[in-house]
Design a protein around this ligand. Structure first.
Ligand SMILES: C[S@@+](CC[C@H](N)C(=O)[O-])C[C@H]1O[C@@H](n2cnc3c(N)ncnc32)[C@H](O)[C@@H]1O
Length: 258
């Protein structure tokens, strides 16, 4: 397989999440995001769509002593991995469940968060209504979600970069969720406290390829008739040769239950 056509298969989701969390921007925004949630000792915290438990350990640390962190995910495979990683953490509890019908009692948590989950759900407004239901008064909800319509890949062939970006956004259920967080929070009866836009920037091909699927998604776009092979191949060749600059905007929003 050539370097250009390799890695066109979908990556394993857990490996993908681990890779994203280990990038410089991943490390930085996750730390800022946990700080923004302002978890204090004794808090009950829910991480909705916790995945393989990427952030459960640091949330549990912040809630000690006396706190409890509940990780909710609808995928048993994610929860099994989270269970392995958090096996030595008695203050972390894992529950299989859907964000649209959280397995939590009314007004039972002090802090709630989603990190790249609303972009995938069927009905973000229902999820926010659920969050409002489970939060205690003055409880805080933190959201970190991308806006895939801002995806830009620098290349002389701007048309192919635009088509690639449009194709990637089109594969996400809620591609513009980042810019909707303030409106959705207000509609759910939550009071927005802070909004931060993070520019995610990739400067090397391999990282951009891992996170954006430059090869994988351009091959899919060719197969779907959205790009031609004649455009995609030289585009990829130039991106591999560098210099690379690609990026998108990621929104970090916190809101409180009045
Ligand atoms: C992009 S991953 C993010 C995982 C984790 N928050 C992190 O930052 O590593 C999205 C996660 O949300 C979960 N998810 C998606 N839709 C869900 C839903 N309706 N209810 C519960 N979990 C959901 C997926 O199973 C997946 O684990």
């Amino acid at each position: 397989m050539s370097q250009l056509t390799a890695a066109t298969a979908a990556p394993d989701q857990i490996a993908y999440l681990d890779t994203a969390a280990a990038t410089a921007v991943g490390i930085a925004y996750k730390q800022r995001f946990v700080d923004a949630l302002d978890v204090r000792p004794g808090h009950a915290v829910v991480d909705i769509g916790c995945g393989p438990g990427t952030d459960l350990g640091r949330l549990a640390d912040a809630a000690q002593p006396g706190g409890l962190v509940v990780g909710v995910d609808r995928e048993s495979r994610m929860l099994a991995e989270a269970g392995r990683r958090l096996a030595d953490r008695p203050t972390v509890e894992l529950r299989e469940g859907d964000a649209h019908a959280l397995p939590l009692a009314d007004a039972s948590v002090d802090r709630a968060r989603v990190d790249r989950v609303l972009m995938h759900v069927e009905d973000p407004a229902t999820v926010l209504a659920e969050v409002r239901r489970v939060l205690r008064p003055d409880g805080v909800f933190a959201m970190a979600e991308p806006d895939w319509d801002t995806l830009a890949v620098a290349d002389e062939d701007v048309r192919t970069s635009r088509r690639f970006a449009r194709f990637v956004a089109g594969r996400v259920r809620n591609p513009t969720i980042g810019r909707e967080l303030v409106r959705l929070s207000a509609q759910a009866g939550l009071r927005v406290r802070s909004v931060e836009a993070v520019a995610v920037v990739f400067r090397d091909f391999d990282t951009a390829d891992q996170i954006l699927g430059l090869r994988r998604n351009s091959a899919r776009a060719v197969a779907a008739g959205e790009l031609t092979e004649a455009d995609a191949q030289p585009w990829l060749q130039r991106l591999m040769a560098g210099p690379m600059l690609a990026g998108f905007t990621f929104y970090l929003v916190t809101a409180a239950r009045p």
